[in-house]
Design a protein around this ligand. Structure first.
Ligand code: TMP
Ligand code: ZN
Length: 410
């Protein structure tokens, strides 16, 4: 069900620990009862880096079938995501080293979830197809008009998939590479799916944003790998893909987008800027480890202080990030009874390790706390915008990272 890594997933070099978050249950394993949530198995959560190639990763890999069997993550409807899709399409349109214009491209996306990105790009390209392992979510995407193949994309399934969809002009993988143990195999498979002049577009949470924002809650078992341009480029090159462009976008706390091709060629000036800024990554990792301990201690004290003053606290967003945070701080439903979340699949279930009950935004409107701990801080704008009545009535938001901040009037 899992394996412990002693060697780097990218280059097989030796790995060393950067920081440990102790033991945690799987962050998306919401349960039907509180007892189940409290007795889930816990696994070590240690961030490590490779001494040979610098690739940052966990030293444990949970089998993907365990992680994704009952997948509850559905891409939320959020204005910030729509805006990101638009700017990503604009960046792809502007990428100067592609062989064909967007309008002629056959686009395939792996881990396409409910098809949100493909829907955004569909009218600009020749065709779109999604590949999504969560059968329930793939089925919904098909019903909503985005052709989606309900399968895992792996080196083993690639021949069959290429047969089904033909050579691809643009292969997209957004926020799914971190979930794969066999990263080199998947990258080789992407290279096989591509037409000779095709491009691969890969987007992931950016390591330097995670480090700079002390986003320790990005560290959970589903996130086996943490991406920076230099180490990713090296790995991709060994798998037949040369990175020609990179930029950092604001979504999910800071995400790196890379564009690569099989043929290779010149690189953009944005690529060089990102590359140059990674000079001090080792030192940033070291600082992050130090700040992580301070952030956990500070947040624990802040929450305890507010509770001791008689304030009720619920969390906003039943996020994987939030579960990492609650477990790292050691908070449970004894302190925080409810987590609000707009995803129907999560509602009525209990958060792993903390036993907090997830309720809908409609139910939350009827039992509002004094303070929401904003565990979906990546959607701060949307959520605070939605909750103006709560704020006008004196409700406040506790933004947890990089250090605790209370927002709202008393
Ligand atoms: P994510 O950070 O992994 O994308 O998860 C965000 C979670 O926040 C997701 O479960 C949906 C939830 N959410 C709300 O409950 N209300 C909102 O307005 C938004 C944008 C997200
Ligand atoms: Zn390595």
């Amino acid at each position: 069900m899992y394996r412990i890594l002693t060697r780097c997933r990218a280059c097989q070099g030796p790995i060393k620990q950067v920081v440990s978050l102790g033991h945690s249950p799987l962050a998306n394993s919401l349960t039907a009862t509180r007892d189940e949530a409290m007795s889930l198995p816990r696994f070590p959560l240690n961030l490590c880096s490779c001494e040979q190639c610098g690739f940052v990763q966990l030293d444990i890999a949970i089998e993907s079938r365990v992680l994704f069997e009952h997948y509850v993550y559905v891409t939320p409807n959020a204005r910030s995501l729509e805006a990101h899709y638009e700017s990503l399409v604009a960046a792809l349109d502007a990428f100067p080293y592609k062989a064909k214009p967007l309008a002629e491209m056959r686009v395939v996306e792996m881990g396409s979830n409910n098809g949100a990105f493909l829907r955004a790009i569909r009218s600009r390209v020749r065709s779109v197809v999604g590949i999504e392992p969560a059968k329930n979510i793939a089925e919904q995407a098909n019903l909503d008009g985005i052709p989606t193949i309900p399968e895992f994309f792996t080196e083993q399934s690639v021949e069959d998939l290429r047969e089904k969809v033909g050579p691809v002009d643009m292969f997209v993988a957004r926020h799914c590479m971190a979930h794969l143990d066999d990263l080199p195999g998947t990258l080789r498979a992407i290279s096989k799916m591509l037409a000779d002049d095709g491009i691969a577009v890969i987007e992931n949470a950016y390591l330097r944003s995670t480090l700079g924002g002390t986003q320790l809650d990005q560290i959970y078992h589903e996130h086996m790998s943490y991406f920076a341009l230099r180490s990713l480029s090296r790995l991709m090159l060994s798998c037949g893909l040369q990175v020609q462009h990179a930029h950092v976008a604001g979504v999910h706390g800071g995400s790196i987008v890379v564009i690569a091709s099989k043929r290779g060629g010149p690189v953009t000036s944005d690529h060089d800027n990102v590359w140059n800024e990674e000079e001090l990554l080792d030192e940033e990792l070291h600082q992050f480890a130090f700040r992580t301990h301070a952030a956990i201690g500070g947040l624990r004290e802040s929450v305890r202080h507010l509770l001791s003053q008689g304030f009720d606290i619920h969390t906003y967003g039943a996020t994987a990030k939030g579960n990492t945070l609650l477990n790292a701080i050691g908070l449970s439903s004894d302190e925080i009874p409810f987590a609000v979340d707009s995803t129907p699949l999560k509602q009525g279930r209990y958060l792993p390790g903390s036993g907090v009950l997830v309720i809908s935004e409609q139910d939350a409107a009827r039992k509002q706390p004094d303070i929401y701990l904003l565990t979906a801080w990546n959607y701060a704008e949307e959520i605070m915008g939605k909750q103006t009545a709560f704020r006008e009535a004196g409700g406040r938001f506790l933004v947890p990272l990089p250090f605790p901040r209370l927002i709202g009037k008393r």
